[in-house]
Design a protein around this ligand. Structure first.
Ligand SMILES: [Zn+2]
Length: 354
């Protein structure tokens, strides 16, 4: 069995429509009334949006019901689905902890509550019956103040056993006014030894090369091969991996056709830039990781060999995968060990027989 890694998945967007709808029916009468019919809700929830901003609006619907008390409910179902339907061996879950705190508290109290949120996410993602190695990425957010974002970096730096990296999210149109702040925050994060990724070069509005040197991986980054191929040599030399999330670009109106990704893959392979294929918002899209792979194959965007190269890159660039090899290599090792044992037993039996 092939085992996969997903390096880019938002906690908010990870809830599949049926789980969310059922949650409304069971626990939230107001929202249940707003969406009485499942198929209508699914249509509304998963339909394509015109822009990234419009698409991100949907996250607020999920964020409004994901709080310290309900997170275990959603995370348990996320892990169960990822294990059963996606064959995940490794998953990095990302979210903005401040946006999961109680909005009726003061800013300082909310900052303080972020620690408890991290703890809840950590505990809820360890499910004995569905064993997946998980870690958290904390997202700074364009709509949050410098102080709150800095508190998010500190939280990550103080809890490296639970948090593997930081990210910036929230719509790249808003980066411009705050670009100096984010450069400073990333510099600070690197000075505290935190690993880094960031939503960058996702849409034509998100091209900020000044942030690039601070990133170990690039959230999306597809506009680099599409619009700024001159940057590819630098990306390759810094060993930065692009987190490619194919379905997202259709849902946000960034691409009209998945086939446009062919040029992204071709140019990156040619320049020696690593790519990991990820889901971003597997629930919101209703597209799980194996289907992202399959879509790319059936549309001739990549071939099987290239898919395996990307799958290996996912484990190599995973921030918290504890082994030097992907699970396939570990399984091959186990099989070889078994063959050797069988061989030595039959050899011993032969020597012992009269
Ligand atoms: Zn994302």
């Amino acid at each position: 069995m092939a085992l996969y890694a997903d390096l880019h998945r938002h906690l908010g967007g990870s809830v599949v429509p049926r789980i969310l709808w059922r949650y409304f029916q069971r626990h939230n009468p107001d929202l249940a009334q707003q969406y009485p019919d499942y198929s209508e809700f699914e249509e509304f929830y998963t339909r394509e949006r015109n822009t990234l901003d419009e698409y991100l609006e949907l996250h607020t619907l999920v964020e409004s019901v994901q709080n310290i008390d309900t997170l275990p409910y959603f995370i348990y179902r996320l892990i169960r689905g990822a294990y059963i339907f996606e064959n995940l061996a490794y998953l990095e879950i990302r979210y903005t902890p401040y946006l999961r705190t109680n909005p009726t508290l003061s800013e300082n109290q909310r900052i303080e509550q972020m620690r408890a949120i991290v703890e809840v996410v950590d505990k809820a993602s360890k499910v004995n019956e569905y064993p997946i190695i998980t870690s958290q990425i904390l997202c700074m957010h364009t709509r949050l103040s410098y102080d709150i974002n800095r508190a998010i970096v500190d939280l990550a730096a103080d809890n490296k056993h639970q948090i593997c990296a930081i990210d910036v999210a929230g719509g790249d149109k808003l980066y411009e006014d705050k670009i100096d702040e984010f450069v400073k925050l990333y510099q600070y994060a690197r000075s505290r030894g935190i690993k880094t990724t960031g939503h960058l070069f996702e849409t034509p509005y998100g091209s900020y090369p000044e942030l690039l040197p601070y990133l170990m991986r690039i959230g999306h980054g597809i506009q680099i091969p599409l619009q700024h191929p001159e940057l590819l040599t630098e990306v390759a030399s810094l060993n930065q991996c692009l987190e490619i999330c194919p379905t997202t670009y259709l849902k946000t109106g960034t691409l009209d056709d998945l086939k446009q990704l062919k040029i992204v893959f071709d140019r990156c392979f040619e320049a020696g830039v690593d790519m990991a294929i990820c889901t971003d918002n597997a629930g919101l899209h209703n597209v799980r990781l194996p289907f992202e792979y399959e879509n790319l194959l059936t549309q001739d965007i990549i071939d099987f060999g290239q898919l395996q190269t990307c799958q290996d890159a996912s484990f190599r660039h995973a921030f918290a995968w504890p082994y030097s090899q992907p699970p396939s290599a570990l399984l091959v090792g186990l099989l070889e060990e078994r063959e050797n044992t069988k061989h030595s037993i039959s050899h011993r039996q032969k020597t012992l027989s009269p």
